[in-house]
Design a protein. Structure first.
Length: 492
């Protein structure tokens, strides 16, 4: 944070000091609700005002009134720099919570706005009550905007708007010494027209500039001297003592990648040598903010957001750090299916804003598939849980499970119609078929791949299976009438 110190030289050296400057002020003193009396440079979406002392701040009888249903806004003119916003607000008749909202924004370009606060007037300041609010501003902010969202009864009075820029942290304290944080800008206020300037900052650094800025590396007390010389070779010298407080180094960590809809947490890592960091203001880049040390935030959309932290120590010295947080799109898993006998065809209906996705199907632990639109043959009638898990190429995940019900399949009794032996099997597998017509014999693995298929009328089908890998398989035997027999079999 820069500090500005002004030197005033007359015949006898004297010093001038101001603790802060007001860069924007509006009291609505001459405003009577008409466009012609609107404060210069201010944009007012609807013209309304109060002219009673009871509904105005301390500055005078008039104030800005927000009363129309819908959205009303007040936008300030551009200001050069400010670090603090202050305003007075009164609730006149807003008694129902969550119906009306008063929002405050800041902007560096009057196009993109960061939300500073969102007040429910029924709660703060409360019906019939008034309050003065103070908020920190981003160093880049040059506009402020006030928005009233009205969907219920009552109205608000706004007055005493101030944007303040600190010049000297605690002027006149510390035995009359000037105090500041690391960077100080000195302003020459010498009378007349000096020809030369010579600054000595007290830390073995000098400058010939008229209005130099200087950064002190170490905290401490320094004697700063300005010598000015006029064209007649008459020179004057003036010195002051300046106390440099420990500065703050703002820093934080953030996740390398987060998914839309997941909670994103930020960790403050700010430091201040020989001081305590005791205040934090976060801007998440989507209009929301926080004042806790280690906040968590939920992003509703996928994008790249500029996250800013303003950290302040117990001396009032602040620093700003900004980093980008990437929020990747998250998939929304879904599927449909059609049933054909005991075979079900699945169709993926997953949606995602961008990126490549990968599929993992689980068919009631009877099998799986990595295909987008797989088909799977279930053992027969019954209810089966089918789950689809989706993973994007940025490791964002979603899943959905549905119960599918198969009915109407004519199943043969195992003991009466088909015999399979030995169970479990190792080198050979025998299937005894008592069907009167040709039977279709099929063996599939757990991901639906067909390992063996044959049409046969043999009473006993002998298969050489010694080359099969050990594990679980599915056997199905069906005839031309649609009758089917299914069984889990295990190779050991």
């Amino acid at each position: 944070m820069k500090t500005f110190i002004s030197f005033l030289l007359i015949w006898l050296a004297a010093q001038f000091c101001a603790a802060q400057i007001t860069v924007l002020q509006e009291d609505f003193t001459n405003y009577i609700g008409t466009p012609g009396t609107a404060p210069a440079g201010w944009h007012i979406s609807n013209h309304d005002y109060y002219n009673t002392v009871a509904s105005s701040g301390t500055s005078g009888p008039n104030s800005m009134r927000f009363s129309l249903t819908g959205s009303s806004e007040l936008i300030s003119p551009q200001f050069a720099y400010g670090d603090t916003l202050r305003f007075w607000l009164k609730n006149n008749g807003v008694s129902t919570p969550n119906t009306n909202f008063f929002q405050v924004f800041e902007s560096a370009d009057s196009v993109n706005w960061n939300q500073i606060t969102n007040l429910d007037p029924q709660v703060s300041p409360g019906n019939g009550l008034s309050q003065t609010y103070t908020y920190l501003l981003l160093p880049t902010s040059k506009w402020v905007k006030f928005v009233y969202l009205k969907w219920g009864g009552g109205n608000l009075a706004l007055d005493d708007i101030r944007v303040i820029a600190k010049k000297i942290a605690y002027c006149g304290t510390n035995n009359g010494l000037f105090t500041s944080c690391g960077e100080v800008c000195f302003i020459d206020s010498s009378l007349g027209n000096p020809a030369t300037w010579s600054w000595n900052f007290g830390d073995n650094s000098v400058s010939p500039q008229q209005n130099p800025c200087h950064t002190y590396i170490f905290p401490g007390t320094y004697s700063v001297t300005l010598t000015v010389c006029y064209p007649n070779n008459v020179c004057y010298m003036h010195s002051i003592q300046i106390v440099i407080y420990p500065n703050t180094q703002a820093a934080f960590s953030l996740p390398t990648l987060q998914c839309q809809g997941d909670t994103t947490c930020f960790t403050d890592q700010s430091t201040s040598q020989n001081a305590t960091v005791n205040a934090w203001k976060w801007y998440f880049g989507d209009g929301d903010s926080s004042m806790v040390q280690h906040p968590c935030h939920l992003y509703d959309t996928n994008s790249v957001f500029n996250v800013t932290l303003i950290a302040t120590n117990n001396y009032g010295c602040s620093d700003t750090s900004t980093a980008q947080q990437t929020i990747a799109p998250s998939p929304v898993a879904d599927f449909t299916y059609t049933i054909n006998g005991n075979t079900i065809n699945f169709t993926d209906f997953t949606t995602i804003n961008a990126g490549i996705i990968y599929w993992n199907w689980n068919f009631d632990n009877l099998g799986s598939s990595p295909l987008q639109h797989p088909a799977f043959t279930f053992p027969g009638n019954g209810s089966y849980e089918v789950c689809l898990s989706i993973t994007s190429d940025q490791w964002c995940y979603d899943s959905v499970c549905k119960i599918v019900v198969i009915t109407g399949v004519n199943e043969y009794n195992l003991l009466e119609k088909v015999q399979v032996f030995p169970i479990p099997f190792s080198e050979r597998l025998n299937i005894k078929n008592i069907f009167s017509e040709t039977a279709e014999v099929k063996i599939t693995n757990t991901i639906g791949e067909v390992i063996f298929a044959k049409s046969t009328k043999e009473n006993v089908l002998e298969m050489d299976v010694q080359n099969l890998a050990t594990g679980l398989y599915f056997l199905s035997v069906s005839d031309n009438a649609g009758n089917i027999f299914t069984k889990k079999i295990v190779k050991q």
